[in-house]
Design a protein. Structure first.
Length: 249
């Protein structure tokens, strides 16, 4: 990686005011901080309903969670970005979609009232809310991802089912995950990651945050080596969330 030029990445934050449940904006703070400590500029473009977005200048895309009301408010606008988002995924653009955003990045989502919202199809999956008489999937989650643990908090009524051949992000060892039945949490395709983990996810999982940064650097510059950071506080937050997740009743 060149050492005579300051590195920079650009992130598109989709619908930051509407899709920001359970502190999801903290994921942006974590990425910005971890980049800054390494001398990497992270520019964030906040993309609202009707705003222009240039995928060619974007390295990372983030969308957070929202309740069904907020999902209905953004999904028509999101559909106009379907081709751009799928092309961005296929060009190895880095995507992180959380909870409600994760559901809308699938093929479809049937909400609590039975209305079916078409998704943008970044992930080959469908999500279904089973109805008002069913309990929500709520609690702390621990999942195994690439031999390490991911920790977070989930609170979702919808159940997500991956289509044949789709790959989960991780394997649940505590919590519900996608649907509370098949043991999978989230979904990954190429450099696109979807998950139900809130809380926010990245401050408590610095290894996952670094993977997103590394992949974006590799795509932009051809190399993604990252300097090691002092993650004592992040490691403590991860360990405490791991303890709670493994010992919850």
């Amino acid at each position: 990686m060149p050492d005579d030029t300051r590195l920079s990445l650009r992130l598109a934050h989709l619908y930051p005011t509407l899709m920001n449940l359970y502190g999801d904006r903290g994921n942006i703070f974590a990425l910005r901080r971890r980049c800054a400590l390494r001398g990497i500029d992270l520019e964030v473009d906040e993309i609202g309903v009707g705003d222009a977005w240039d995928p060619a200048s974007t390295d990372l895309v983030f969308i957070g969670g929202g309740q069904d009301r907020e999902q209905r408010r953004v999904y028509q606008d999101l559909l106009t970005r379907t081709a751009a988002l799928q092309d961005f995924r296929d060009d190895d653009g880095v995507i992180l979609a959380v909870c409600g955003g994760y559901q809308l990045f699938g093929r479809s989502y049937r909400d609590i009232d039975g209305e079916v919202l078409e998704g943008v199809g970044v992930f080959d999956m469908r999500s279904v809310h089973p109805g008002k008489t069913f309990d929500r999937c709520v609690g702390n989650v621990v999942a195994i991802w690439e031999g390490e643990t991911l920790v977070g908090f989930e609170n979702h009524g919808g159940r997500t089912y991956l289509n044949e051949g789709a790959v989960p992000l991780g394997d649940v060892i505590s919590g519900f995950g996608n649907n509370g039945g098949d043991g999978g949490e989230g979904c990954r395709v190429r450099n696109a990651f979807g998950t139900y983990l809130h809380g926010a996810l990245l401050p408590k999982n610095p290894h996952f945050a670094d993977r997103l940064i590394q992949l974006a650097l590799e795509r932009r510059y051809g190399e993604g080596g990252l300097a090691t950071l002092d993650d004592a506080w992040e490691a403590r937050a991860h360990a405490e969330a791991l303890h709670v997740g493994l010992h919850q009743r």
